[in-house]
Design a binder for this molecule. Structure first.
Ligand SMILES: NC(=O)C1=CN([C@@H]2O[C@H](COP(=O)(O)OP(=O)(O)OC[C@H]3O[C@@H](n4cnc5c(N)ncnc54)[C@H](OP(=O)(O)O)[C@@H]3O)[C@@H](O)[C@H]2O)C=CC1
Ligand SMILES: CC(C)CCC[C@@H](C)[C@H]1CC[C@H]2[C@@H]3C(=O)C=C4C[C@@H](O)CC[C@]4(C)[C@H]3CC[C@]12C
Length: 293
């Protein structure tokens, strides 16, 4: 019996490991070659890096943000890097008609859409909640409602292509962090909307994947400027983050965690030891310097 167990248990382990890994498809850059992709908020930061990765993979890219001069430069670089095509539209996501217009542009200029990457965020502050209700409303429009509007307009094309929606969210959309009150509200809203919609797609056999991306602190210029001096957490590289988001979308994952150690692992505490997680989060903040401001 002892001998049998010595052989059987490792054997079962091997079978399970093989089954688990073989069931998970690996990412290949060819998966995104020739695909028609919209990336919002692509004039800087993670969105800009996603555009460059997509260009190297040979996708058709449509990018958007407000600042035309920056978008022009990103599009030029995408062409140099090998994009199948690259174009931009500038405008603000405060305006739902503009959000819908971007999707229409994909229809007229690309003839359809394979991936909608919702990544833009409006400017907020990294500080104690100041009670400005108007700001919360505006941020909800930019960070949440425009995502809904674009999804609704893009759905017919995405159903046709059996495509993907990639929603860039944050640890602040899963856990309460200090200094991100309005922002966090918009990111929690995304989880509610898109997780619920995913369930309906499953019931209705709509073959459009929804990937919710849960990111920790990333080294984009805006984030570092706003928050680095108040955090004891080092930011992760935006290039790698951008690639992981694209991999998650291409593989039609339900959620993506980047980086794993600072997102997935702390979240394991959330349901069982919420007070402990809250305490650990606060311990990663430089609260004295925050209070001096
Ligand atoms: N960096 C981080 O630490 C983290 C980031 N994330 C998420 O990653 C995503 C990207 O973040 P990051 O790269 O840091 O952001 P950036 O601040 O670098 O980029 C934001 C983008 O959104 C655009 N944008 C801002 N306001 C508007 C508007 N009103 N209408 C249309 N576009 C607008 C900006 O361009 P322009 O100003 O030209 O309009 C820019 O292209 C966001 O969803 C963010 O929540 C999540 C966790 C951590
Ligand atoms: C202690 C841990 C379990 C992990 C800590 C991770 C913390 C520090 C991470 C998780 C989510 C991050 C915020 C974010 O999502 C987006 C932005 C917008 C940007 O313009 C300004 C910075 C800001 C507020 C990030 C600040 C750092 C946060 C709170």
């Amino acid at each position: 019996m002892g001998q049998l167990q010595k052989i059987l248990i490792p054997f079962l382990g091997l079978v399970l490991a093989f089954w688990f890994y073989s069931a998970r498809e690996n990412f290949k850059p060819e998966m995104l070659k020739g695909k028609r992709v919209i990336v919002t908020g692509a004039s800087t930061g993670i969105g800009e890096q996603m555009a460059y990765h997509l260009a190297r993979m040979g996708s058709h890219i449509l990018i958007t943000a407000r600042t035309e001069a920056k978008l022009q430069k990103v599009v030029e670089r995408c062409r140099e890097l090998g994009a199948a095509s690259a174009r931009y539209i500038s405008g603000t996501m405060e305006d739902m008609a503009f959000a819908e217009h971007v999707v229409k542009e994909a229809e007229t200029s690309l003839g359809g859409l394979d991936m909608l990457i919702l990544n833009h965020v409006g400017t907020s502050y990294f500080d104690y909640f100041n009670g400005d209700v108007g700001h919360v409303r505006k941020l909800l429009e930019i960070n949440f409602l425009s995502y809904v509007a674009m999804t609704v307009s893009a759905l017919p094309m995405l159903k046709e292509s059996e495509g993907s929606i990639v929603v860039v969210s944050s640890m602040a959309g899963k856990v309460g962090f200090p200094f991100t009150v309005p922002y966090s509200a918009t990111k929690f809203a995304l989880d509610g909307f898109f997780s619920s919609l995913r369930q309906e797609f499953s019931i209705q056999s709509v073959n459009v994947s929804i990937t919710l991306c849960i990111l920790g602190f990333i080294d984009t210029e805006n984030a570092v400027r706003a928050a680095a001096h108040r955090l004891l957490v080092p930011p992760a590289p935006r290039e790698e983050c951008a690639l992981e988001i694209l991999k998650g979308g291409a593989l039609r994952r339900r959620e993506l965690y980047y980086r794993y150690g600072s997102t997935r692992l702390p979240l394991l505490l959330r349901d069982w030891a919420a007070e402990l997680l809250d305490y650990l989060v606060r311990s990663r903040y430089r609260l004295d310097s925050a209070e001096k401001n």
